[in-house]
Design a protein around this ligand. Sequence first.
Ligand code: TRP
Ligand code: ZN
Ligand code: CA
Length: 440
Amino acid sequence: MPLSLSRRSIPIRTAAAAALALAGLLASAAPAATAAPAPVLAAPDIPLANVKAHLTQLQSIATANGGNRAHGRTGYKASIDYVKAKLDAAGFTTSLQQFTSSGATGYNLIADWPGGDPNQVLMAGSHLDSVSSGPGINDNGSGSAAVLETALAVSRAQFTPQKHLRFGWWGAEELGLVGSKYYVNNLPAAERSKISGYLNFDMIGSPNPGYFVYDDDPAIEKTFKDYFAGLSIPTEIETEGDGRSDHAPFKNAGVPVGGLFTGADYTKTAAQAQKWGGTAGQAFDRCYHSSCDTSSNINDTALDRNSDAIAHAIWTLSAGTTTPPGDVYESTADVSIPDNGAAVTSSVTVTGRTGNAPGTLKVGVDIIHTWRGDLVVDLLAPDGTVYNLKPFSSSDSADNVQATYTVNASSEVANGTWKLRVQDKAAYDTGYINSFKLTF
Ligand code: TRP
Ligand code: ZN
Ligand code: CA
């Protein structure tokens, strides 16, 4: 071997290996085929009755607090407390964000679902305040209740999305998007850039409904449109005032946004009544911003469909772009690699598959070693065919081989015993195979 002076002369095993040896784990278990994690599931149906039960509570709160749930009024804080208690009980990490507007304290409620990639955050939100002239059940109890029930469905499913999920209920939207602007403006730039999407729901149960999809981020828009297309419900692009709700501050900060809307004070046309039913020549919501925006100002069908669409979008958009996990066969048997010696192998046995291995067989290699250049690493198919994963390199002095290689194994029969073969071809540094994993 080429003797290098920079080389450590005393082989040193890693602390991790020493700990494993002490724990008696180096005497290893037999290779095991483990079941793959379940693929990403379809979104659950959001029960309309649950969404409506939240609206009943918001109506009661308004009734008990002077007929509204407006910023700075007791009905707003009671609404926040109601939503927060449900989320806390369901396992969310909640926080109240306070701000001041028009001389009154306002609140945003943020609820994080533990887990997921903190660098990829999918958010959904709605404003929880009403105008002072009424209880605000369609505007915007509807969005608030549907987002709440979707969050509770995440908890019931103990959903484990790839992305991190965050839900928001905004204060003082009716005073000019005050709460959502406050949230976005007070997010550090680094946090803002982690938000991969914001979905907004403001008025989604209008009594004479249309099915409007915001035409902002194309991927979000398509997710909603696909959902409605699957139900054969025509949609239109939202045109009743871009930037008139809480997605605007996110959009202005460069976050991809989208959302749903069933219409406010614009009039439903004859063509729209033709495709959606309801009454042409009448506003989508005749009680918009008025005292009659009560629990009877809701179209149940629209609220139900939009609630399910929210869950569909949350489930679909949070899964990320990873393909569903394959079946994993792994050996965690530790195999020590003799210094400058004979090749050793670690084996996994694949059974119960039909046909050949995939063209993109993933080979997970975890070798602990103090000079990985010493090592030649091969994959051996059941018939002995050799696929070299890593050549010898006298100059690669880094520790360890921890990598996933992709092998075109499509000419190999899947079933049988696959081996990871490792040979150390230079003296001094040593190590062991920590684990070997195949993903079909
Ligand atoms: N709360 C909103 C507002 O009055 C309702 C609204 C009107 C809306 N037009 C919209 C919400 C368009 C979303 C999209 O400003
Ligand atoms: Zn609103
Ligand atoms: Ca060596």
